[in-house]
Design a protein around this ligand. Structure first.
Ligand code: FDP
Length: 281
């Protein structure tokens, strides 16, 4: 595990340089989900593939940018599922973006996730590492090294509301739930990048991020293995919650296929209770 985490630190610095110095704009290819890939998506995926090839503990990688599982080192204990550059639609407008890594052992589902890491490329480069059974830990890149800043905990509630998806396609009970939070004084904070949006809520100690099922996307948009399950571990270990629209813990989620998506809600305890009250009716 230690080797994987050290490797992710190296990867993060390379991707940070790529974002700052690489070419902007779209390539001519699409990924498995049908998104047209940015040149940065392709290049960051290549960086990660090359780096993990050197790690004997990694038996395979699964990337948001690759159709299939890519075998690596036979006998390796872990499979790493990752989104190399989350926030493709905002990176060329110079908003913060991120990379997300889920480290799985034995099974590719919520129960198999043993650790998760995400990196935020913003005015600062920060990384949050969550090992199952312990609090997430925040690191910041300083002088070429990731320095530990603090453990991260969620309060019982917060003030931020980050509701994803196209509003005209929200279901009535979802709309009511979002409006109920605004009516209580919650403020809208949604950049369109799940990494910085979830990072802000986590570090400020509470709030709700939702990406629901919509009339055009019955299973939501966010991908379980690379995006949702890794963040579920961080939120749950920080003392909050992460559930789907059937109110099941996202750490119990079993994706139907490697690029499968799921509706998702991440928040502190009280906001998750609000979701349950609207979705449990
Ligand atoms: P993007 O399309 O830019 O890759 O991963 C998907 C994602 O970004 C998330 O980072 C983000 O939270 C979400 O999609 C935004 O989707 P909406 O614009 O539909 O809210």
């Amino acid at each position: 595990m230690k080797t994987i985490l050290t490797k992710i630190e190296e990867i993060a610095q390379k991707i940070d340089t790529l974002i700052k110095e690489g070419e902007s704009g779209y390539s001519t290819s699409s990924n498995q989900t049908g998104d047209v890939q940015l040149k940065l998506d392709i290049e960051s995926d290549k960086i990660i593939e090359a780096e993990f090839r050197e790690v004997l503990a990694v038996n395979a990688i699964i990337s948001e940018e690759k159709e299939d599982i890519m075998p690596m080192n036979e006998g390796g204990e872990f499979t790493v599922c990752y989104d190399p550059l989350d926030g493709s639609s905002i990176v060329d407008y110079n908003l913060s973006v991120g990379s997300i890594f889920g480290i799985y052992k034995d099974s590719l589902d919520g129960n198999g996730l043993v650790a998760s890491v995400y990196v935020v490329y913003g005015p600062r480069v920060e990384m949050v590492v969550t090992i199952r059974g312990s609090k997430p830990v925040l690191y910041r890149l300083k002088g070429g090294k990731f320095e530990k800043i603090r453990e991260v905990s969620l309060d019982s509630s917060g003030k931020l509301n980050a509701p994803g998806g196209t509003q005209k396609n929200w279901l009535p009970h979802h709309k009511e739930m979002v409006e109920s939070l605004f009516a209580k004084g919650y403020r809208l904070r949604y950049s369109g990048g799940m990494v910085p949006d979830l990072h802000q809520i986590l570090l400020k100690g509470g709030g709700l991020f939702s990406y629901p099922a919509t009339t055009d996307k019955a299973n939501g948009k966010l991908r379980a293995l690379f995006e949702v399950i890794p963040f579920a571990l961080a939120y749950i270990e920080a003392g909050g919650g992460a559930i789907d629209d059937k109110l099941n813990s996202l750490l119990e989620h079993k994706p139907s296929q490697i690029h499968g998506t799921t509706p998702c809600f991440f928040g502190s305890k009280e906001e998750i209770e609000v979701v349950k009250s609207y979705y449990g009716k």
